[in-house]
Design a binder for this molecule. Structure first.
Ligand SMILES: O=C[C@H](O)[C@H](O)[C@H](O)COP(=O)(O)O
Length: 227
């Protein structure tokens, strides 16, 4: 199986956890795209009655095109389950997210969910976080100064750009990726980053995930990280 097939496998497995009547957070990324496709099939074929809450404009557009009923995060009182991808998951089930620049909405939806599930192919499982650049969302105003402060702290920052242009998030902010490999103390780093004025959110998703589905050649592996 290639990587896309592993992503499809976990996407299809994940939607088995979605039950009638649920309000479901829909993450962002190439793995989630397969999950949303599979959810669209269930809504169409089984008349599954759910409400989706998207974490990005991309996912919202896909879900709507498949006929999945959608609400904004502020229109629901809570979410039963959020299913999202991840860029890295450590052996103690901490995560890095934001490779697709959707970390802010993803974190807002995740912290308002009763349960959080991550779906990944096996390449995302690591001993220690940090090989993947840690995304940090910053407001454009003053971002050069934040950048310099990150340099001084030894965080090895890099503005995310495509074709020489700053990548903009759905909130019109910038992303700075930190090249820290390895991240030895994720909690201390998270604490430091969130207190830097101008930082909106960072991609460390700590103590947050309940269930992880990992795509392997011989099938999906379901891990209960937290009950
Ligand atoms: O901002 C994007 C998200 O955090 C994604 O969930 C993450 O980057 C994983 O995406 P993919 O499934 O495409 O590897």
């Amino acid at each position: 199986m290639n990587q896309d097939q592993l992503k499809q496998l976990v996407g299809q497995k994940a939607v088995e956890y979605i039950k009638d009547g649920m309000q479901v957070g829909l993450g962002t990324g190439s793995t989630v795209k397969f999950m949303v496709d599979a959810l669209g099939e269930r809504v169409k074929n089984e008349h599954l009655n759910i409400v989706g809450v998207s974490t990005s404009e991309r996912t919202a557009a896909q879900a709507k095109s498949l006929g999945i009923p959608m609400k904004s995060v502020d229109e629901v009182d809570h979410l039963d389950l959020t299913i999202d991808g991840a860029d890295e998951i450590s052996s103690d089930y901490q995560g890095v997210k934001g490779g697709g620049a959707a970390l802010l909405f993803e974190k807002i939806v995740a912290i308002n969910s009763d349960k959080v599930m991550w779906i990944v192919d096996e390449s995302k499982i690591v001993d220690q976080l940090g090989a993947f650049g840690l995304p940090v969302e910053v407001i454009p105003y003053g971002s050069q100064h934040i950048f310099e402060k990150m340099v001084a702290k030894g965080y090895h920052p890099e503005f995310r750009k495509v074709d020489g242009e700053f990548v903009r998030t759905d909130s019109n902010n910038y992303i700075i990726d930190l090249h820290l490999n390895p991240i030895t103390d994720p909690h201390a780093l998270a604490e430091d980053l969130i207190h830097m004025v101008g930082v909106v959110e960072h991609g460390l998703f700590l103590d947050m995930v309940n269930t992880i589905i990992i795509g392997h050649e011989d099938g999906p592996e379901v891990i209960t990280a937290r009950p």
